[in-house]
Design a binder for this molecule. Structure first.
Ligand code: A3P
Length: 320
């Protein structure tokens, strides 16, 4: 497509097909064989569904409310992205830090062997809180090994948020307008699409004891309630007052201005984001889609919604 500078790859897994960045396609076997351990917590999402927010919450809860480290150490290191492409030229600085850190621990090994991008997750200190956008079908043993927090968000808001994200990232090279993006979205041509397959794979696992299914909208509506669910699920045993501190620390305005979580205000993003773009963490609201969809786009989106079938009808999305 003329709108997508990034070449994507199609991975067929069983009956599911997912669009992944090219490096992910080459390394699907490596992800499948990645050694997760019992103490890992994986934050799994379709992009733009509240991943960063949830990572910051879960990391803070699991690390004794270490607000100092949370402010000073990049979330990329504290809560690594499983399929991060550290060989991409735009990630050069981060990759060099990675390689240095890898060599300090494994002086006899060549960090370039075996796909350096997995090492960010391998190197993280335990307990690890790992981010992934991969669908469950590519991580088949995950729930048998560790806990997974999945965050879903209403697809219209995800679409709007994804549009801004793709406009911001140099690596995405998206040059279209919102209607062009809706067109890509409705043809399931965004990275990690199809959205419905991603959601379905998560939704059907929601009763698993190692799995917690959260909604972005519920977090916005009553964060304390969701933090209590997280506390019980993670076994962190935090007090009401401590959970309040977590809520305060992860509020949108605080996260927006914190360079450790918002790439829009760190030096890394100077490379990753286009000139003047500061919106990796953007509005953080529900229902922003009403500011973007005209009746024509809405009609198109409605047709796409039907592709979700029973899952789309069953999942209780709010602010639709
Ligand atoms: P918007 O673009 O609608 O503002 P992800 O981390 O999965 O990429 O999701 C990004 C979305 O989560 C963005 O949505 C971003 O602004 C929002 N977000 C990030 N931090 C947040 C927070 N602390 N509270 C609410 N929303 C947040």
């Amino acid at each position: 497509s003329k709108f997508l500078g990034l070449r994507q790859g199609l991975v067929a897994v069983g009956t599911c097909r997912h669009l992944l960045p090219p490096h992910c396609v080459a390394f699907t076997r490596k992800y499948r064989e990645f050694r997760f351990c019992e103490s890992d917590v994986v934050i799994a999402t379709f992009p733009r569904s509240g991943t960063t927010w949830t990572q910051e919450i879960v990391w803070t809860m699991r690390n004794g409310l270490d607000f100092n480290a949370a402010s000073n150490v990049s979330l990329d290191f504290r809560s690594p992205f499983l399929e991060f492409d550290s060989l991409h030229p735009l990630h050069k600085d981060l990759s060099e830090n990675l390689v240095t850190s890898f060599l300090s621990r494994h002086p006899n090994e060549d960090p370039r062997l075996g796909g350096v991008f997995l090492q960010l997750a391998e190197l993280a200190s335990t307990p690890r809180t790992i981010k992934t956008h991969l669908p469950f079908s590519l991580l088949p043993d995950l729930l048998g090994t560790c806990k997974v927090v999945y965050v879903a968000r209403n697809p219209r808001d995800v679409c709007v948020s994804y549009y801004h994200h793709q406009k911001s990232l140099k690596v995405a090279e998206f040059i279209g307008d919102f209607p062009d993006f809706v067109d890509l979205w409705c043809r399931d041509l965004c990275l990690q699409a199809p959205y419905w397959d991603h959601l379905k794979e998560a939704w059907e696992r929601r009763q698993h004891p190692n799995f917690l299914f959260l909604f972005y909208e519920d977090m916005k509506e009553n964060l304390m309630k969701e933090l209590k669910r997280l506390d019980a699920f993670l076994g962190t045993g935090l007090t009401e007052d401590q959970l309040r501190q977590v809520a305060e620390h992860t509020g949108i305005s605080h996260m927006k201005n914190r360079s450790s979580v918002n790439p829009g205000s760190s030096s890394y993003s100077e490379q990753a984001l286009k000139e003047g773009r500061r919106d990796f963490i953007r509005k953080g609201t529900t229902g922003d889609w009403t500011n973007y969809f005209n009746p024509e786009l809405e009609a198109k989106f409605e047709v796409w919604m039907k592709k979700g079938g029973e899952v789309a009808e069953e999942i209780p999305f709010k602010y639709q």
